[in-house]
Write a protein that binds this ligand. Structure first.
Ligand code: NAP
Ligand code: GCO
Length: 264
């Protein structure tokens, strides 16, 4: 069996009704995994189930707000009873608030930290005990360019994603001896609903200034697609990465390596 094969594995991808999580789940299904996902509202879970069905994937969907520890523990217990022990966890659910720091309330800051950093802690804590009992596990945290870089208006998001990089390294350090590998994926700028505001066509028909900026900052000279993350995610979920631990795999078209194209 190929070391990239996920047959027989159960994968929980949080917040995967659409976007990056949905693409990663599709890749896992193609590699043979059983797909489990959650979203905050039943209507979104139903929408996700339909979308998976249209891809020929019989997924298992659960309603759960990943910031609610009791709800997460209940969801994991239900999954373990109804589907089986989770072999692969992708902490994908995330939000962003683009507000200048001095205009952002502490409550808004906390909301981003809660979903993007506290929730990966909560969900990882819920699945690790059964992974230890089973003798293996894979945890993949969806980090960001903002795990390494800052920019205007994303102070909460960058703080959360920087923390998520270190949570990744700490889980790797604390549970590596139980054959649990915890790694991160740092996507570059990916065309999903989360970045749609940065790609909006301007009233004069011009591309968004940020859109042009990202193209100039990316050696690949394009936005990423969610499908660009499928292969890296399969690698980190498979036996092919059993000695990779605490690593953040940047899938960014080269952004972090590049000073940026000189404006004409
Ligand atoms: P997205 O399109 O906004 O999707 C985010 C998903 O997370 C949605 O399904 C959302 O569900 C879910 N979610 C949000 N809060 C939740 C909560 N409290 N409980 C459960 N589910 C929740 O985002 P995306 O672009 O696919 O991004 C996915 C991940 O990749 C995020 O962690 C993001 O920070 C990260 N990322 C994105 C990019 C990019 O360029 N797009 C780059 C680097 C990293 P609802 O619709 O119900 O809110
Ligand atoms: C932003 C974007 C980024 C991307 C991603 C980059 O406003 O700068 O939303 O944060 O979502 O995290 O890796």
């Amino acid at each position: 069996m190929s070391q990239f094969d996920l047959t027989g594995k159960i994968a929980l991808i949080t917040g995967a009704s659409y976007g990056i999580g949905f693409a990663i789940a599709k890749g896992y299904a193609k590699a043979g995994a059983t797909i489990v996902f959650n979203d905050i509202k039943q209507e979104l879970v139903d929408k996700g189930l339909k979308a998976y069905e249209e891809e020929g994937i019989k997924a298992h969907g659960y309603v759960c707000d990943v910031t609610d520890e009791n709800a997460v523990n209940d969801m994991v217990a239900k999954i373990e009873k109804e589907v089986g022990i989770i072999d692969i966890l992708v902490n994908n659910a995330g939000i962003i608030k683009r507000i200048p720091m001095t205009e952002m309330t502490a409550q808004e800051f906390r909301q981003v930290i809660d979903v993007d950093l506290n929730a990966p802690f909560i969900v990882s804590k819920a699945v690790i005990p059964a992974m230890i009992k089973k003798g293996h596990g894979k945890i993949i945290n969806i980090c960001s360019m903002m795990s390494e870089l800052g920019r205007e208006t994303v102070s909460a998001y960058a703080s959360a994603k920087g923390g998520l990089k270190m949570l990744t390294r700490n889980i790797a350090s604390e549970y590596g001896e139980f054959n649990i590998q915890c790694n991160g994926i740092g996507p570059g700028y990916i065309a999903t609903p989360q970045t749609a505001p940065l790609r909006e066509i301007q009233p004069d028909g011009e591309r968004h200034p940020f859109d042009k900026f990202i193209i100039a900052k990316t050696p690949a000279a394009r936005w990423g697609n969610p499908e660009d993350l499928e292969g890296p995610a399969i690698f980190l979920a498979s036996d092919a990465s059993n000695f990779v631990n605490g690593h953040i795999l940047y899938v960014d078209g080269g952004i972090l390596a590049y000073i940026g194209k000189q404006p004409k």
